[in-house]
Design a protein around this ligand. Structure first.
Ligand SMILES: [Zn+2]
Length: 508
């Protein structure tokens, strides 16, 4: 992404002047201002808005000091473009010795939640935002102000006027449609999808192919599709690539550690998808960031963002997402943020699909026996179904949606299979509920196609366990397939939104 320095170079002014145009445009001569604004538009520059907000407030309220550096750094030639805004602002506010980088986590979190709500519910009034965030309107105004000034948000009178209503029409905030481009890659056990979208999540183009057995072949193909998608939209600038993978990742979200159903181990996904950031105007070309996420966690992010369309949602939900397709993965959302575990093992959370529910049971692709996903995934339905009727040799086992279609047509064996899947799902879900202490569960993935036939036995299975008797639990139906590519795109867009509000929070 373009930096303050890039804008200054293109406009032929100092970084200080650019900073003034962004913060106090009235202080800058109109022709200079026009030149800077044109450079900002041309480069698609987005300043660190909340960092600036806090810089403005710095003299009034103490904020957490996470790092301090010398004021002399403003003449340093090292590449530290991310702190440019703040260095310059620090200088303008007259305190040269200390720079506060990042923001207090409270403001950062609120701003991030606010951006997510605006994105999901746009256009949305300040009153509605304040209500949903449970803060004062003045707090919303404070957070919104720099985001509007920097062109992240825009505000316009709503066209829908209530008939007969007096006074001004309500003003709605929206995420400004910019020229940014996000790419999501969902590497599935059977099929891989690659899609390009706007910052609002609107899909612009999509390609898919059967996932090859070899990880290198898969990633080479993905890489060429990513390049093709990017080159087909030269007017847009590729900001981030999000990749969802069917297995745990490393803590840095660069590698896929293990995909049991594909037999892949230690795959350097981010490195294989490295792509030069062509649009970057500085001499030092950098790479577009690639974030690799477990598919259940990516689906959980997608689900959390979908829930924000509900006007009563405050964006701070706690829930567990159970994604059951070829395997089973679990994503955990706490206070609206995904939780991945801690330390060097973060990225491992969610491998509940491989918890043993039948001692000495069926063999699993992971090498263990009796894993939950061998009994409750959509893929496991085929062998269950084959066992429940006289097997006919030479026939390929039916796919999950075919079993659902047969159940719909009234076939009893198919209905019995789905009922059994529901029961096994319920057994595992009750373990997840007591294990994580979160009682709201959303089920997503292909298994949702059979919801009508499996939900009852699922609920009965949960109700019969300790979790069912003790906690106020709920199990809802989520997306059958959309959370795959959608989840990968959300991972990329989430990375971008976090950059805008510059939170220093280490979690998530
Ligand atoms: Zn297993």
């Amino acid at each position: 992404m373009a930096t303050l320095r890039d804008v200054a170079r293109l406009a032929g002014v100092s970084t200080m002047t650019v900073s003034r145009v962004v913060n106090n445009p009235g202080d800058v001569k109109s022709d200079t201002r026009a030149r800077v604004e044109s450079a900002i538009a041309q480069l698609g520059f987005v300043p660190n808005a909340v960092g600036r907000l806090l810089a403005q407030k710095r003299n009034r309220a103490p904020v957490s000091l996470s790092r301090s550096i010398s004021g002399e750094w403003s003449h340093d030639e090292r590449d530290r473009s991310n702190v440019d805004d703040e260095l310059v602002l620090q200088a303008t506010s007259g305190r040269r010795n200390l720079v506060v980088q990042g923001s207090s986590s409270l403001s950062g979190d609120t701003a991030r939640t606010m951006l997510r709500i605006v994105r999901a519910a746009q256009p949305i009034s300040r009153v509605d935002l304040a209500r949903r965030l449970e803060v004062n309107r003045s707090t919303v105004t404070e957070i919104v102000k720099p985001l509007i000034a920097s062109g992240v948000l825009c505000e316009a009178a709503s066209e829908q006027r209530t008939a007969g209503r007096l006074g001004r029409p309500p003003i709605g905030l929206s995420l400004r449609g910019d020229r940014s481009l996000f790419i999501g890659v969902n590497i599935g056990v059977r099929r891989t999808h690659v899609g390009a979208a706007t910052n609002g999540g609107q899909l612009l183009n999509e390609e898919s192919f059967d996932t090859p057995a070899d990880s290198n072949a898969t990633l080479t193909r993905v890489h060429s599709i990513v390049e093709r998608l990017r080159d087909s939209m030269p007017e847009r600038s590729l900001v981030c690539i999000g990749v969802s993978v069917p297995g745990p990742t490393d803590a840095g979200r660069k590698q896929l550690l293990f995909a049991p159903h594909l037999g892949w181990r230690d795959v350097p996904v981010a490195e294989a998808l490295a792509i030069e950031d062509k649009q970057r105007t500085t001499k030092s070309n950098t790479r577009v960031p690639v974030i690799v996420e477990n598919d259940a966690t990516a689906a959980a992010i997608y689900e959390a963002r979908t829930h924000l369309r509900d006007s009563t949602n405050r964006g701070r939900n706690d829930f567990v997402l159970v994604r059951a397709g070829t395997g089973i993965g679990v994503g955990l959302v706490l206070g609206g943020e995904v939780y991945r575990g801690t330390g060097t093992d973060s990225g491992l959370l969610g491998e509940f699909g491989h918890m043993t529910i039948v001692a000495g049971g069926k063999t699993c692709a992971c090498g263990n026996r009796g894993c939950w996903e061998v009994y409750a995934s959509a893929a496991s339905a085929a062998s269950l179904y084959e066992n429940e009727r006289t097997s006919r040799s030479g026939e390929t086992p039916p796919r999950f949606i075919e079993i659902v279609a047969r159940a719909e047509a009234g076939e009893l064996q198919a209905q019995a299979t789905l009922k059994r899947i529901g029961e096994y799902l319920g057994i595992g879900i009750s373990n997840v509920i007591v294990g994580l202490g979160v009682s709201r569960v959303v089920v997503s993935g292909r298994v949702v196609h059979g919801w009508k036939f499996l939900q009852r036995s699922l609920r009965e299975a949960v109700a019969g366990t300790m979790a069912g008797r003790l906690s106020n639990w709920s199990v809802e139906q989520g997306e059958p397939t959309g959370a795959g590519l959608g989840g990968a795109l959300e991972v990329a867009i989430e990375h971008y939104l976090k950059g805008l509000v510059g939170s220093t929070r280490a979690a998530a």
